[in-house]
Design a protein around this ligand. Structure first.
Ligand SMILES: *[C@@H]1O[C@H](CO)[C@@H](O)[C@H](O)[C@H]1NC(C)=O
Ligand SMILES: *[C@@H]1O[C@H](CO)[C@@H](O)[C@H](O)[C@H]1NC(C)=O
Ligand SMILES: *[C@@H]1O[C@H](CO)[C@@H](O)[C@H](O)[C@H]1NC(C)=O
Length: 233
């Protein structure tokens, strides 16, 4: 009898634990609600995986809209409004438009996203980058993931400082290119626009993870530390 009651109480405890774990404040998601949603129109996201039924907030992409797009300026061609407006329905309809983009500061690239106007173009899309003081471009060599038949994500793992980026579809032409989102998905433990800062060692968790935007510790602080970045002892 005591055992049955004990098991029942244990079940209750587990159930309420699961219950509390599944609830996040609106606008947050993740196992401990540590991530912020980035849905269009500030809509709430799926509390488990962060996905948005209405699409991502402008400037964000990824399955959970977790990658913040970094800025670039258009080089050698100022008539690329269709590329810089971050509107996936405005595309290049001119046959031979070269696309050279200069980044606002040298960075290491992470995941990037290319959006094209028709499925056939996805087959021939390539992303290249230039490293500071090097003339030759290199093709992004990381894995590619087709998100839909007109959207492809490419991991462009570059340890070095990337200064310039080029996209091609079918060699040189970029007809049918609609959008390019570049991100610096930082490695674990880094943050900042250029992933050049380290999360505080007093962020809780094995990897001291923090928001890659502003360094707020994602899992709270080690005992004895306070503040968003756990910098107060
Ligand atoms: C994207 O461009 C289309 C066509 O110009 C326009 O109708 C639409 O409102 C734009 N969407 C956004 C979010 O700006
Ligand atoms: C993505 O789609 C294009 C066009 O259908 C195809 O050629 C390519 O192999 C696909 N890539 C991946 C990684 O699935
Ligand atoms: C840092 O970013 C996180 C989410 O990205 C946000 O919740 C937090 O308020 C920000 N903190 C500051 C100090 O801006």
């Amino acid at each position: 009898m005591v055992n049955v009651l004990g098991a029942y109480l244990l079940l209750l405890a587990v159930a309420s634990h699961v219950q509390s774990k599944s609830q996040c404040h609106v606008g947050r998601y993740g196992p401990s609600c540590q991530y912020q949603c980035h849905c269009a129109g500030s809509a709430p996201c799926d509390r488990h995986d962060g996905s948005c039924s209405s699409g991502c907030e402008k400037g964000w992409f990824g399955a959970a809209c977790q990658y913040g797009s970094i800025g670039f300026t258009v080089l050698e061609n100022s008539a690329l409004d269709w590329l810089t407006d971050q509107n996936d329905t405005t595309c290049n309809d001119v046959k031979e438009t070269p696309v050279f983009l200069t980044l606002k500061k040298p960075i290491s690239l992470g995941w990037s996203r290319i959006v094209v106007s028709s499925p056939a173009r996805l087959r021939d899309v390539k992303l290249f980058y230039y490293i500071k003081n090097k003339e030759k471009s290199m093709e992004c060599s990381g894995p590619k993931v087709n998100i839909s038949d007109t959207i492809q994500d490419i991991l462009c793992p570059t340890a070095d400082s990337v200064t310039k980026v080029t996209v091609t579809i079918n060699g040189k032409a970029t007809r049918g290119l609609c959008s390019l989102y570049l991100s610096t998905e930082c490695r674990s433990g880094e943050y900042g626009e250029y992933c050049n800062k380290n999360c505080n060692v007093h962020c809780a968790g094995q990897d001291n993870t923090c928001s890659h935007i502003n360094g707020t510790c994602t899992e709270g602080c080690d005992p004895g530390y306070r503040g968003e970045t756990c910098d107060q002892g």
